[in-house]
Design a protein around this ligand. Sequence first.
Ligand SMILES: NC(=O)c1ccc[n+]([C@@H]2O[C@H](COP(=O)([O-])OP(=O)(O)OC[C@H]3O[C@@H](n4cnc5c(N)ncnc54)[C@H](O)[C@@H]3O)[C@@H](O)[C@H]2O)c1
Length: 467
Amino acid sequence: MKRILFLAITACIFLAACTSRQSCQQSCHDKGVIKTAVPVRPSGQTDALQLKTTPLPTVRVAFIGLGMRGPGAVERMTHIAGVEIVALCDVEEKNTKKVNKRLEEKGLPKAQEFFGDTAVWRKVTALPNVDLVYVATDWVSHARIGVQAMKDGKHVVIEVPAAVSMDEIWELVNTSEQTRKHCMQLENCVYDFFELTTLNMAQQGLLGEVIHGEGAYIHTLNGLWNSYWNDWRLDFNRKHRGDVYPTHGLGPVCMAMNIHRGDKLNYLVSMDTKAVGIPAFLKEKRGEDAKDFRNGDHTVTLIRTENQKTIMIQHNVTSPRPYNRLYQLTGTKGFVNKYPVEGFALDSKLIDPEIAKDYPNLTAHGFMPNEVRQALMEKYRHPIVKDIEEKAKQVGGHGGMDFIMDYRLIYCLQNGLPLDMDVYDLAEWCSLIPLTEISLDNNSAPVEIPDFTRGAWNRLNGVKFAE
Ligand SMILES: NC(=O)c1ccc[n+]([C@@H]2O[C@H](COP(=O)([O-])OP(=O)(O)OC[C@H]3O[C@@H](n4cnc5c(N)ncnc54)[C@H](O)[C@@H]3O)[C@@H](O)[C@H]2O)c1
């Protein structure tokens, strides 16, 4: 009898503990989270998930922004069959003419030229003979051009970050949904060989369930402020606190975690250091007392997802550190890491026995030998890379990933397939820019990351690149 009583009391205590833990999880999630406005989807408009458009056997491309990044994109496109480069645009006449000369030297037809002022791009998006507008201008002009391009009936792809405020992000989402035009952010890091291979490994279950991911943009740009960017990038960091360049780190991790394809980003908290590096640069090189400089040297952001996973993203463009995008995936069965050294940690029993034959006792307590990792890299090479790896390496663009991105974009447009990255990827990844700023200005308070699909985040079952 005593024993039954004891068991009953224990069960009651256990149940009470469970209930209170559940209710705490619920209320803690809702309580104290800062929310930004989510515009109501206009009636008659539907989401643009898996958007398919009329196949375009020939894709006529117009480029806007031909500074450091743009000309390389034009060059890569000359290596893709079925692409016609029909228009080139930059504020600077010399930039436009230089790229057009390059086309001529390659024996290609000259493109129509546009230059002269910051509004000249309006003529480009309005051209009747353009299918795709490729935008590589500075950050603050991206969304405006993107929205107008879609309104003018063009698909648009925009360099990172494609938008820098919540208003811009929602306008891109709404315009893509309304016009049924593609709006893709040119996030090339999704297409790096290591990222694609490990995405494939994750999708094939080798890592178990990916429960934590890390990414970063740690790249000291101190040597470049004066030479390249006419100050627009520095100015943005001066005026804004937060992770102002999150997409290289976040994009590949979101892909491996199936964000808005079965999971969603729920909220973030962000913390930063004081600003030292760029103000010191401004003092030394320009004698400026940059007391108003907002962005800290190092920003760390934590994100929690609906399926109770976590992501850590870092930003630092000034400290003397080696280049690092981190890219780590922690799974329930294994671990992969890209920077500073590529490594896989997996049990031998999870690996193809042929590959593990000389290493029967590998455990995830340590990185596996290089030869085993190389063999796994071969075995799990992503299907979209198989036919074009060699060409991608020849054409280049960050070792080939830029070419794979452009190639996939054109392939999907030519075949009327959904693009690999949609407007919701753009929205989620760019939203860190305004949302980390809100968190930092509120003592690292949690800030909600809206569901940009407005209810459809769970409709798709995982990331699938169309073939
Ligand atoms: N994905 C990557 O790996 C990667 C690498 C470098 C840069 N980027 C991105 O590419 C974009 C461009 O960077 P960049 O380094 O080439 O900058 P940049 O300043 O060198 O080039 C921008 C060009 O856009 C032109 N421009 C600006 N406003 C314009 C307008 N209204 N109309 C027409 N032309 C205009 C400028 O004259 C300039 O030539 C940025 O978003 C940057 O973050 C991405």
